[in-house]
Design a protein around this ligand. Structure first.
Ligand code: PLP
Length: 375
């Protein structure tokens, strides 16, 4: 049985593949392979696409978060609130910036952070909150944004799973002080390797974008001339910028294709009534299709059922932020979770949902879901 894959980054369709090949060839023939014209052009095109003022290309999405903290000049030793279920990227980035990540539980209903859950995590040393639009689903920011302004926190939107996502016509990433994106190959907009960007809007502090530009290249203000302390080397490569430039015009159609697959699963699960799709009622660009089962045992049962039919599954994410940074690896939780975050973690199963899946593959997943739902 040929497996239905969870990720299909190398399966680009013919039109897209030929422009990607052409773009890579163009860079190889050029005289500059790092931080050149392709990066400058991509930064402008991507900022224009998300209706932002400016974007700064960096080496990956984790560095984008680290540089966002540094560019906002959050003092070392401060606390940053992050979502307990976000996979740990923001916490890793916070530690790299000398900050402490404080996990926020998710709300039992929305499975996203809320004002109530954030308030419970708020410490006197907290200076920022990272909101991750996880799985391609928008976090409702209206109330959280008002609250964080009241208590004086920077808002960083991690949009690494949400390229092209809009809420009431507004792109995610343009509400907070700064937004970050990863272009890891499996993302909705993926490079041919590691890449990331920090995005600045009219809501960003003055000077933050130019600080990020210095910090991504040793802290240089200009070549070899020191500007800011604390700089590092996290530049964007020309090949990745060129690939991202030619792939950007395909993003909207690819998001629509993802969403059609996602909607199909949502309808099937709705009919069966035994599980739901994460974020089924909100705005989504369907980065992941995450099935929310009713219990840990049910999740295992669904995973086994799909595996037996040659369908790959994943768990995003098996560990909570609060479990990630101890001295020893955490034990596998056997379904006894107490918080809303641990319940989400124990019940969520990711199934294949990419624009390159064939109709036959999507049908196989959909039929398997349907059969399982009716059991
Ligand atoms: C939500 C989120 N944030 C940050 C990252 C980190 O991005 P990168 O892998 O490019 O460092 C990822 C990537 O997997 C992600 O999904």
């Amino acid at each position: 049985m040929i497996p239905v894959p969870l990720a299909t980054p190398t399966r680009m369709d013919g039109d897209e593949k030929s422009v990607v090949n052409e773009a890579i060839g163009r860079v190889l023939e050029s005289s500059r392979w790092i931080l050149g014209n392709e990066v400058t052009a991509f930064e402008k095109e991507f900022a224009r696409y998300v209706d932002a003022e400016e974007s700064v290309g960096v080496g990956n999405g984790t560095d984008a978060l680290t540089l966002a903290f540094l560019a906002l000049e959050i003092p070392a030793g401060s606390d940053v609130l992050v979502c307990e279920t976000d996979g740990g990227y923001s916490a890793v980035a916070a530690r790299a910036a000398g900050l402490n990540a404080i996990p926020i539980d998710v709300d039992a209903e929305t499975l996203n952070p809320s004002v109530e859950t954030a308030r419970r995590a708020l410490s006197s040393d907290a200076r920022a909150i990272v909101v991750t639009h996880l799985h391609g689903n928008a976090v409702d920011l209206a109330a959280l944004d008002a609250w964080r302004k009241q208590v004086g926190l920077f808002l960083i939107e991690d949009c690494s799973q949400a390229h092209g996502l809009r809420v009431n016509g507004q792109h995610v990433g343009t509400t907070g002080d700064v937004a970050t994106f990863s272009f890891y190959p499996t993302k909705n907009l993926g490079a041919a390797g590691d890449a990331g960007a920090i995005v600045f809007s009219t809501t960003s502090p003055v000077g933050a974008a130019s600080r990020a530009r210095e910090l991504r290249e040793y802290g240089w203000r200009e070549r070899y001339r020191p500007g800011l302390l604390g700089g590092r080397n996290t530049r964007m490569d020309e090949i990745h910028a060129a690939v991202l430039r030619v792939r950007l015009p395909f993003l909207e159609a690819r998001n629509v294709a993802r969403r059609l697959v996602w909607d199909r699963y949502a309808t099937t699960l709705n009919v069966g009534g035994r599980a739901t799709l994460f974020g089924a009622n909100g705005a989504s660009v369907a980065h992941h299709a995450v099935v929310m089962t009713e219990s840990f045992a049910d999740r295992q049962n669904l995973a086994q059922h799909l595996t037996s039919r040659g369908i790959e599954t994943g768990i995003h994410y098996p560990w909570l932020v609060s479990e990630m940074f101890g001295d020893t690896a955490p034990e596998i939780d056997q379904g006894q979770g107490q918080t809303a975050s641990s319940l989400k973690r124990n019940r969520a199963l990711t199934i294949p949902c990419t624009p390159e899946l064939t109709e036959e593959e999507v049908s196989r997943v959909d039929c398997a879901l349907s059969d399982w739902s009716k059991r």
